[in-house]
Design a protein. Structure first.
Length: 334
């Protein structure tokens, strides 16, 4: 009887222990199964979709092979286009996002983040950034200036004012160039007076002048060439040049080819965009007068530099010497 009573007292405890062991075993078996079921669901998260916005009317968003305004254009997207946003990074002071077309996930490229809404807060892996060639291109440009396709870093370099002090501002550089050009023209005018200013030579000077006229030409032709004024000649009719320009809102200034045609005191500068298309800027009486675009035309001047804006986004920097040519040189000489 005492042994049976003890067994009856211990039976509930034993039963509870068996239940606890069974529950722990069940949880240990079920945990891996639950993790296996959750991992595929997490891996199949929906992609981050952004919409192309804030483009000027009629403009297209350039999707480039690298995170750079000079990168090769792979696609052009209109306002309202949906793209898969793979992440965004700061590259050389600008925000760029890696995107892929929804109907063509393999066609990836880079676009400015300011035209994508919403912006993906996730960052692109460092390996993907290096694959764009941005860092290697910058290093190559520093070691070999001939291969660098980035626009000049400041206004002085774009105006060919090389060899200036690095602390000189853009306005000082422009004023210095204008003063030097005026000095050279004045020096050339004093050494080569016009027909109305030339005094009649004395009678005693005539034999000397005749002997000089009959003398043989100089053996060294370069000696004659040095007598020409050292200033830069004005662009010829229809000459091809390059000017700083930008086509889109927020785009850094780059280089555009420019053709100039002069007609009296009028000139037409035809600017060719790097990605196709042209814009014609008209000059009259030494000042910018308009363009062939329907947008608002406005400009400001710093010295002999005209900073022109057309519409919402287009910007140009054209010097008087380029736009006006000989007419501008005659104005300085007078």
């Amino acid at each position: 009887m005492p042994g049976r009573a003890s067994e009856m007292l211990l039976s509930p405890t034993a039963k509870m222990m068996r239940r606890t062991v069974t529950l722990r075993t069940t949880l240990l078996i079920a945990a891996p199964l639950l993790l296996t079921a959750l991992l595929p669901a997490r891996a199949e998260e929906a992609p981050f979709v952004s919409i192309v916005t804030d483009l000027a009317p009629g403009d297209l968003l350039n999707v480039r092979a690298t995170a750079s305004a000079m990168g090769k254009i792979k696609a052009r997207l209109p306002n309202g286009t949906s793209v898969n946003n793979l992440g965004c990074n700061d590259v050389n002071g600008y925000r760029w996002c890696k995107v892929a077309e929804i109907d063509n996930p393999q066609g990836t490229g880079w676009a400015p983040a300011r035209y994508l809404n919403p912006e993906n807060p996730a960052a692109v892996a460092e390996v993907d950034i290096e694959a764009t060639g941005e860092s290697t291109a910058a290093a190559a440009g520093d070691s070999n200036p001939a291969t660098a396709d980035q626009p000049p870093p400041d206004l002085t370099a774009r105006l060919d004012a090389t060899g200036r002090e690095p602390t000189m501002t853009a306005v000082e550089a422009i004023g210095r160039v204008a003063i030097e050009d005026a000095y050279r023209l004045a020096l050339f005018a004093s050494e080569n007076p016009s027909a109305g200013e030339t005094q009649a030579p004395a009678a005693a000077d005539k034999p000397i002048r005749n002997r000089a006229a009959n003398a043989a030409p100089p053996a060294n032709a370069q000696t004659v060439a040095r007598l020409q004024p050292p200033g830069r000649p004005a662009p010829a009719l229809g000459a091809r040049n390059e000017i700083p320009c930008a086509r889109h809102v927020g785009q850094p200034m780059t280089s555009c080819k420019a053709g100039v045609v002069h007609t009296g005191d009028k000139a037409e500068v035809t600017v060719t965009w790097p990605d196709g298309g042209t814009r014609v800027i008209r000059f009259q009486a030494g000042r910018p007068a308009g363009s062939n675009a329907s947008g608002e035309f406005r400009y400001t001047r710093e010295g002999s530099l005209n900073m022109i804006r057309v519409g919402v986004s287009e910007r140009f920097e054209i010097t008087d010497q380029l736009a006006l040519g000989d007419w501008w040189l005659r104005g300085i000489g007078q």
